[in-house]
Ligand binder design. Structure first.
Ligand code: F6P
Length: 342
């Protein structure tokens, strides 16, 4: 059989580890051939491919990014998109398609499977860890480690100058990276998209921290919003999904804190550093297991499914269910870490 593979959406550390596992097991155990589709759904849409065999996956396990390239192209938004995808799959005699992606990319995969009978298997990825059907997505652990290291470093410079340091991390809709890195890095305030924050309360925490002779670190997810919502209206822009996206919540916070507390404040925006570079050992382990199980789904003819982590087991869930809702931070969990604020 010939199996197609694509990686769509924002890249994330561990994508190459999945591709390597799929190809190694697929060739060695099942004698499959592979076709890599270039740049996510753009590949099948425009019939753009990449060679994908054992030599192509040699040495890629520790490499960040994806050897297949990625994009946010969505065939549902392209003229005749689904028909063009189907035509490419037929022309290239693709018996099964493994789609590695987040909410958007997998949403297309679910439609193709359910409405057009395409033999699709999904693999979840996102540094945001916000896919509900899986306990963890690979890329998240690496992003949290990068953010934690940054927070550790920012503590010493904050202390030297007795300043407030605001660290903006990724997370448009879910605060998992902020919560995990903030807790691991000993932040004094953590702000997440799930809970509107009160700028006055933030300033009270900041001030109490200075009173105890420490310089505060404020970790804020890029999607966090102040209670009155003013900033959204003033500074919100539409991202590539058409969602409202704040520009510069970190900068805004530092300015407000300076103005209201009289303390000097600086902002560090970690941005795409969180997505780049080599995956952590955990992400290589998870990505490899996802890849091995995805190719087993192909062998079993188990299509329209996605592999997922539940506890320490890899399970199969319907693709449609996997993309139905986002996994956000539970208020109880947020309250639990609140004991460290201020
Ligand atoms: O989905 C992961 C993510 O890293 C978000 O946290 C972030 O907002 C977004 O992707 C940014 O991606 P890009 O700049 O590639 O559009």
């Amino acid at each position: 059989m010939r199996v197609g593979v694509l990686t769509g959406g924002g890249d994330c550390p561990g994508l190459n580890a999945v591709i390597r596992a799929i190809v190694r097991k697929g060739v060695q155990e099942y004698d499959y051939e592979f076709v890599g589709f270039r740049d996510g759904w753009r590949g099948p849409l425009e019939n753009a491919t990449v060679r994908l065999d054992i030599p192509a996956v040699r040495g890629i396990l520790p490499r960040g990014g994806t050897i297949l390239g990625s994009s946010r192209t969505n065939p549902l938004n392209a003229r005749d998109g689904i028909r063009r995808v189907e035509a490419t799959l037929a022309e290239r005699e693709i018996g099964a398609l493994i789609v590695i992606g987040g909410e958007d990319t997998l949403g297309v995969a679910a439609r193709l499977a359910d409405e057009h009978g395409v033999h699709v298997v999904g693999v979840p990825k996102t540094i945001d860890n916000d896919l509900s059907a899986t306990d963890y997505t690979f890329g998240f652990d690496t992003a949290v480690n990068i953010a934690t290291e940054a927070i550790d470093r920012l503590h010493t410079t904050a202390e030297s100058h007795m300043r407030v340091l605001v660290v903006e991390v990724m997370g448009r809709h879910a605060g998992w990276i902020a919560l995990h890195s903030g807790l691991a890095g000993g932040a004094n305030v953590i702000l997440i998209p799930e809970q509107r924050f009160d700028i006055e309360q933030v300033c009270t925490w900041v001030t109490s921290r200075f009173r105890a002779s420490y310089a505060p670190i404020v970790v804020v997810a890029e999607g966090a919003v102040p209670g009155d919502g003013d900033m959204v209206l003033k500074d919100g822009t539409l991202d590539s999904f058409g969602h409202v996206r704040l520009s510069g919540v970190g900068e805004w916070l530092a300015k407000e804190i300076e103005k209201r507390t009289g303390k000097e404040a600086r902002t560090t925006v970690l941005g795409h550093v969180q997505r780049g570079g080599t995956p952590s050992a955990f992400d290589r382990w998870l990505a490899t297991r996802f890849g091995l199980h995805a190719i087993d789904c192909v062998r079993d003819g188990d299509f329209g499914t996605m592999v997922a982590l539940r506890g320490t087991d890899i399970v199969r869930v319907p693709l449609a269910e996997a993309t139905a809702r986002l996994k956000t931070v539970d208020p109880g969990l947020y309250e639990e870490v609140g004991v460290f604020f201020g």
